[in-house]
Design a protein around this ligand. Structure first.
Ligand code: NAD
Ligand code: LMR
Length: 325
């Protein structure tokens, strides 16, 4: 029997976590031979609700679930964790952009970055889901000086998955036929979902669709998908976000032969300022991601990257006080 992995989940009483923790306990994220310990963290007012989640987890009698703990203290919640899923944060309401949440949520990630630094397993892998995810991850990373920046990531896998399905539907193919899609930049309405290198059943996707479909339909659909879900459901995406978080961690740990999109600290590739948390196409092997290099960016793609970079720099400027003690 393998040693259990400790998985900390913040915002554990919220809607994304509710669609996620049962699947983690069932072995869907780390495999059906990997025991897990869940360390659930929320604010004090939500601890009673969390006890209900624990009862439900127990009632599933998962063979892989060794223990579940509940706390409102990040210093306890992150103790020795191998994986930290930072979901806890306010979601936006209709009419808001995700970066309107910076003031409400930024502080959370300062405290949690520090707690991860001091209490997590030194090799912890961190995924930030709470919005605005890139800049929250930047805050957490800066407040964890003893951890490597590469241990911090944020989520654009949901946008990536949206892009896969949208292209598959438009070309009349299965999602499994589509590869080399990627999402650049911010998890926001400036993100650049890019299919200029995509293949559909091995064929260059751009030869299968009219060029104006990419600019007039594909890109705005992906950029605005979160808002469209909110308009339809009255709440932000939850099950699809939980699933994308599992995909992200699964591939980070187990590897992926396909391109996937992850928000990671820029190493300066493609002219993106070093250290900015930016979504790139990556490949993952043996638990390490690598930014896919040397893709040709045409004039249009470069303009899209510049726009989303400019937004991230503005977000960074707005929270610069949270980046240091
Ligand atoms: P929710 O309101 O259902 O749940 C959020 C939970 O976080 C609540 O239980 C709340 O009490 C908790 N929380 C707040 N502050 C906390 C803190 N300091 N420590 C621990 N827990 C805290 O929201 P949700 O639908 O689960 O969404 C959570 C976040 O994820 C939102 O910011 C949302 O915008 C974001 N999100 C991101 C993506 C993405 O692709 N990156 C996708 C969907 C949603
Ligand atoms: C999403 O992309 O669905 C989430 O980030 C929620 C939102 O605010 O759009």
């Amino acid at each position: 029997m393998k040693q259990p992995k400790r998985i900390a989940v913040t915002g554990a009483a919220g809607q994304i976590a509710y669609s996620l923790v049962f699947r983690i306990a069932a072995g869907e994220m780390l495999g059906n031979d990997q025991p897990v310990i869940l360390q659930l963290l929320d604010i004090p007012e939500s601890v009673t609700a969390l006890q209900g989640v624990v009862m439900e987890l127990e009632d599933c009698a998962y063979p892989l679930l060794q223990h579940v703990s509940v706390t409102a203290d990040p210093n306890i919640g992150f103790k020795d964790c191998d994986i930290a899923l930072l979901i806890g944060a306010r979601p936006r309401s209709p009419g808001m952009e995700r970066n309107d949440l910076l003031a409400a949520n930024g502080e959370i990630f300062k405290i949690q970055g520090r707690a991860l630094n001091d209490h997590a397993n030194p090799n912890v892998k961190v995924l930030v889901v709470g919005n605005p995810a890139n800049t929250n991850a930047l805050i957490a990373m800066h407040n964890a000086p003893d951890l490597k920046p590469s241990q911090f990531t944020a989520m654009t896998r949901l946008d990536h998955n949206r892009a896969l399905t949208t292209l598959a539907q438009r070309t009349g193919h299965m999602v499994s036929d589509v590869s080399q899609v990627c999402v650049w930049g911010n998890h926001s309405s400036t993100q650049y979902p890019d299919i200029s290198n995509a293949l559909v059943d091995g064929i260059d996707a751009t030869t299968l669709i009219p060029e104006n479909w990419i600019t007039d339909s594909f890109i705005p659909t992906i950029q605005q998908r979160g808002a469209a879900i909110m308009a339809a459901r009255g709440k932000s995406s939850a099950a699809s976000a939980g699933f994308a978080a599992m995909d992200h961690i699964h591939d980070w740990i187990k590897g992926s032969n396909e391109w996937v999109s992850m928000v990671v600290p820029s190493d300066g590739s493609y002219g993106v300022p070093e250290g900015l948390m930016f979504s790139f196409p990556v490949k993952v092997k043996h638990g390490e991601y690598e930014i896919i290099k040397n893709l040709e960016l045409g004039e249009f793609s470069q303009r899209m990257l510049d726009e989303t970079t400019a937004e991230l720099l503005q977000e960074r400027e707005a929270i610069k006080d949270l980046l240091t003690d």
